[in-house]
Design a protein around this ligand. Sequence first.
Ligand SMILES: *[C@@H]1O[C@H](CO)[C@@H](O)[C@H](O)[C@H]1NC(C)=O
Length: 403
Amino acid sequence: MRIIQRAFLLILCALNIQNGQKCRLNTRIHFEEPLPVIVKDGQLLEPTDSYGDIELNYGDTITLSCEGTTGLHHPNAKQHLTVATVTCEGGEMFKNDEWLNESSRFSHFKCTSPPEYKSKRTERTCYDKNPVMEVGYSIGSEFYPVYETCFNEAGLHPIYSKYTQKPYNSFYQTRVDRPYFLVDDIFGFVPVNALFSPEGLKSSVEDRVGPVINEYFTKHQQLSRGHLAAKTDFALAFGERASFHYLNCAPQWTGFNGGNWNTLEVDLRTHIHNAGYNTIIYTGTFGISQLHNEHGRLVDIHLHMDENNNPVIPVPMFFYKVVYEVSSKCGVVFIGINNPYFTQAEARNMFFCEDVCRDNLDFSWLSWHPNNADEGYTFCCTIDDFRRTVSHLPNFYVDGLLT
Ligand SMILES: *[C@@H]1O[C@H](CO)[C@@H](O)[C@H](O)[C@H]1NC(C)=O
């Protein structure tokens, strides 16, 4: 009798442990492509610790969506679905008895092709009464934004993209294919894809400068599609893909794009991880790049003339990244010159706020080469000082310099 009782208790214990088991997933291990859009508690799924782990309680439910594709793809599917919920059963196992004939490893949840992202105009406005556009995913009647962009509707260019960076962002999902850039109604009939192609970018500049084009477009320097929010600024595949939208894109010289700007992106993610920061980022563009034309005169560089003969889609003079840490209310701005054809003296003249990074040991985490023309001249400033020249940012209180 006692033996039976004990056995019964042991079984109960075993069941209990099983019932209490959490699910644990990691951005670098369990997420396979093409990954569905994943929603938990009404928000896009994000890691729950600093290392890209996502912990769910036993019985927690998440939604998987492949909207805009032919649907979810799973070897054990009993019926074809585009959106499904699955429930955590512990470890990396999830179930949905209506959809699947047995429990499934998380890594088996895939779409037939990458889900479709899109933009949505909000009721909100930003700098100069321009619209705030959100880029993200629709599931049914709900829209889930990945980031938002303050977009200059007359000049057809992004002012800034706003998103968050947290310690987990340095553990973004790897091996995510780059989709094509998406165009939007907001560009009207402007042939954005053609203008941003390598040939389109070159011929737009050639239209402004004439035969000296080959002094600017060389083996080492061309214009390219520059992301504001970078692909790897987002932790999971659906976020990374959504960065490929022309609302989040500006013409950027390749040396700068792959040089100091890339170094800043990588170093900043690592630093935010190490320091445990919870930040809001505004990555934006400012000013219009100029080049000397065949007659030696400085001309503004735009990609296109609209139907009223107004220049649209400028090549920006500066790219900037405002970093605001939410708990300390400290901030800093990193700025780069998007033009490799200045001397160091000319570039120094363009620094419109006091450079607080140079020779400052508090920024030793930043490994860019601020005096390198090919990689893009760079500097950084306090947010207050930056605001004296660039009036793009919404109002928020800044308590001091973020290092
Ligand atoms: C579920 O379906 C798959 C594919 O049809 C099959 O290989 C597997 O044996 C099934 N499992 C169960 C428990 O019926």
